[in-house]
Design a protein around this ligand. Structure first.
Ligand SMILES: Cc1cc2nc3c(=O)[nH]c(=O)nc-3n(C[C@H](O)[C@H](O)[C@H](O)COP(=O)(O)O)c2cc1C
Length: 194
């Protein structure tokens, strides 16, 4: 830019500040930031660590707060015992009690919710989480990890359980702890790499 063009632009800008006032311009900037910078929570349950890895990859790109959903009573460490217990709980619609809670859920616009696929659906702890808060009106972005079965009924069931939420149907569905592709998926969801 030439010096004279810079001077003209500078004076136009100060005229605009004079016309609209600093407050109006600052307010406009704040509104734009609120829309393009939603307050984000990344919440996840993970029994063997895969969903946790995906949660960390999401959190790294989108920022915001990270919350691990944990049950008051831990599941067994043995795989067969856990699958047997999970099968029974899912069949009975059991909701385990959770340890800890999210501070001021009302502040979040977007909540990423992560779950392993357990018997074709979301883990009971994730159902407990969804039903513990008022998520009405929030955008919920599911992320699911699985052991070969894929999405099955996970996102469908999360959507049914999350009353009044805007649950995105094109959540992340990945095998195990795979994070390759998460960044591009996030970009498609409106969270490009910064
Ligand atoms: C109780 C239980 C039930 C599972 N059921 C399924 C299933 O129905 N379909 C599937 O693809 N994987 C199933 N898996 C495998 C997990 O979905 C997969 O390993 C997942 O990535 C584990 O996530 P995590 O490490 O965050 O717990 C099951 C695992 C467990 C422990």
């Amino acid at each position: 830019m030439t010096k004279s063009k810079g001077l003209i632009l500078g004076s136009l800008m100060s005229m605009a500040m004079g016309l609209f006032g600093h407050n109006a311009l600052a307010q406009e900037a704040a509104n734009t930031t609120a829309l393009s910078n939603p307050k984000v929570l990344v919440a996840y349950y993970s029994w063997s660590g895969n969903t946790k890895e995906v949660a960390n990859a999401i959190h790294k790109q989108v920022g915001g707060d990270l919350f691990e959903i944990q049950t008051e009573e831990a599941y067994p460490t043995d795989y067969d015992e856990t699958t047997a217990q999970a099968k029974k709980e899912i069949n009975e619609g059991f909701r385990p009690k959770l340890k800890g809670s999210v501070d001021n859920m009302a502040q979040y616009d977007v909540v990423f919710i992560g779950s392993p696929n357990w018997w074709g659906t979301i883990a009971p702890a994730v159902s407990s989480f969804i039903e513990s808060y008022d998520l009405n009106g929030k955008t919920v972005i599911p992320f699911i990890t699985h052991g070969g079965g894929g999405e099955q009924n996970t996102i469908r069931d999360m959507t049914a359980q999350c009353k009044g939420c805007n649950v995105k149907s094109d959540g992340w569905v990945g095998y195990g702890s795979r994070t390759f592709g998460v960044s591009g998926w996030l970009e498609d969801m409106g969270f490009p790499e910064k």
